[in-house]
Design a protein around this ligand. Structure first.
Ligand code: CA
Length: 513
């Protein structure tokens, strides 16, 4: 990084720019072609490029991110205290669908994946053990450790074993209307493409979410002759003592491991990818470097025929007008509004709104409010039309660019994207998070050089080179596209190499009893 003052203005209509220099810029710095700083401005924070009178619009991304709370002189630090957040745009006034043309097809890109009987493709070959209730989590953890130590060495073509544990299953209002969200999330998680169509369930016995309710006939593949769901039930009378439970789990696990171990990677078109994009620990560079590079890669993946999901309701809410305009049909625009209206109502029940999203770290990193954060977040979706909308916990059944309506919480969004059928995750971070998932590989993209340098063995790609002028958005976007194909083919991410993963976290908007 040079010591020359360096700022980025996203759009010619913007009246603020973001300071790129590490350590920020001191008061008195003359910006090339711009004002002289009248405040010291931290890295990632905004500087007023001209005088902004009290009440006037503050624009970034050519969008009004707020109004000046007081008169802001040219060269001043535009921080939270100096900005009044605009009202959320009304959903009933969202513009009609007027989509851009479909992007031109991109042929010839492939990866090596595990093809499943239902046509989906895994990027990993994992044994997953599904659970009906949290009560069994400790027993399963013990059994999984033993499977790893004693069984997996005999099955070299199996990448690992994952316990699909969660906090649901009992002590919940299971018949409440919104209970369908956690239940279908768990149901659809069990058939994630990375689990090879093998379904094994661990149940306690007395829980509300009985195995037949979790996985009713027809909701899971039958891969053996027994023609029934493979359930180990801890309260079965055959179990005398803890070790007999563990023996049952290991015996059944072996049946699935035998079949999984016979699978081999084969060449699959890039259109078999189901990619979820997400950001977490965002800063002002997220919307300048990593998210635009992800957006470029999103367009490449969609052009190659893949499905790409973008999510995070509270981070798209202020961009609803951009989304409904990009909807491929009026029905898709209606579905976007329906999902966001449902989420507005959900937040209102808790006396919150979308502004509850921003964190202290976001603000320290230069993001003043949710409007600014949303404009930087939405660019992950690229430029093409939006082909479909998915409600939380639903399974994805189409290709193209999809708005999967989920909370922005990293773990909940990741869990819901897994339930939708995600076989690869792309995650951008500015403040830094060691986020990972056991169920699918996560490519982590750093927004600035400082993070990429400090977390050199946690971040998989450095988009900070865009801010420092070393690379273009297009170059990093292509790098990410090729890295996506390599990781889908088995190349390990840093989180996989260290064995880092977060818990599955369900979205349960229904009451607890
Ligand atoms: Ca997130």
């Amino acid at each position: 990084m040079t010591s020359t003052p360096h700022t980025i203005r996203i759009h010619p209509n913007d009246n603020v720019a973001v300071v790129v220099n590490e350590g920020g810029l001191p008061v008195g710095t003359a910006l090339p072609g711009g004002p002289t700083l009248v405040d010291s401005v931290p890295q990632g924070h905004k500087v007023a490029l001209c005088e902004i009178p009290k009440g006037a619009e503050v624009r970034r991304y050519a969008v009004v991110i707020g109004h000046a709370a007081e008169s802001i002189p040219a060269g001043a630090w535009v921080n939270e205290q100096r900005l009044v957040m605009p009202q959320a745009c009304r959903l009933d006034q969202a513009p009609a669908s007027d989509p851009p043309a479909n992007l031109p097809a991109l042929e010839g890109h492939t990866f090596e994946g595990y093809r499943n009987a239902d046509g989906s493709v895994g990027t990993r070959n994992l044994l997953a053990v599904t659970t009906t209730v949290q009560c069994v989590a400790g027993v399963l953890e013990f059994a999984v450790k033993r499977i790893r130590e004693t069984l997996l060495p005999q099955y070299p073509h199996v990448d690992g074993v994952v316990a699909l544990t969660h906090s649901y299953g009992c002590g919940v209002a299971i018949d409440a209307p919104d209970a369908i969200i956690p239940i279908r999330t768990l149901r659809n998680l069990a058939s994630n493409p990375n689990f090879g169509g093998e379904v094994m369930v661990l149940s306690l016995g007395c829980e509300k979410l009985q195995p037949e309710r979790l996985l009713p006939p027809g909701s899971f593949p039958i891969v053996d002759q027994r023609n029934s769901l493979d359930v180990v039930c801890l309260q079965d009378e055959q179990h005398v003592g803890f070790m007999s439970m563990i023996d049952s789990i290991l015996r059944q696990a072996q049946v699935h491991l035998e079949r999984l171990n016979r699978r081999r990677r084969e060449t699959c078109p890039a259109s078999d990818l189901v990619v979820g994009v997400q950001c977490g620990g965002s800063d002002a560079f997220s919307g300048v470097t990593a998210n635009p590079a992800v957006g470029f890669a999103t367009d490449l993946l969609v052009r190659a025929g893949a499905a790409v999901m973008f999510s995070e309701n509270t981070e798209v809410r202020d961009a609803v007008g951009q989304l409904t305009r990009r909807a491929a049909s009026p029905a898709v625009a209606e579905a976007i509004v329906r999902e966001l209206a449902w989420y507005d109502a959900y937040l209102a029940r808790g006396q919150a709104d979308r502004s509850a999203n921003t964190t202290p770290g976001n603000k320290k990193g230069g993001l003043t409010n949710i409007v600014e954060k949303a404009m930087g977040s939405i660019v992950k979706s690229g430029l093409g039309p939006i082909h479909g909308v998915l409600a939380p916990g639903e399974k994805l059944k189409q290709k193209g660019l999809i708005f999967a309506a989920t909370p922005a919480s990293d773990f909940i969004c990741g869990t819901l994207q897994l339930a939708a059928g995600m076989n690869l995750h792309i995650f951008t971070t500015g403040r830094g998070t060691p986020y990972g998932l056991a169920e699918c590989p996560v490519i982590k993209v750093a927004t600035h050089n400082g993070l990429a340098r400090r977390w050199h063995d946690l971040m998989d790609l450095n988009a900070g080179r865009i801010a420092s002028g070393e690379e273009s958005i297009e170059t990093v976007g292509w790098e990410l596209f090729h890295q996506t194909l390599a990781v889908a083919s088995g190349q390990k991410t840093w989180a996989e190499r260290w064995g880092l993963h977060n818990d599955l976290v369900l979205f349960n908007p229904a009451p607890i009893t």
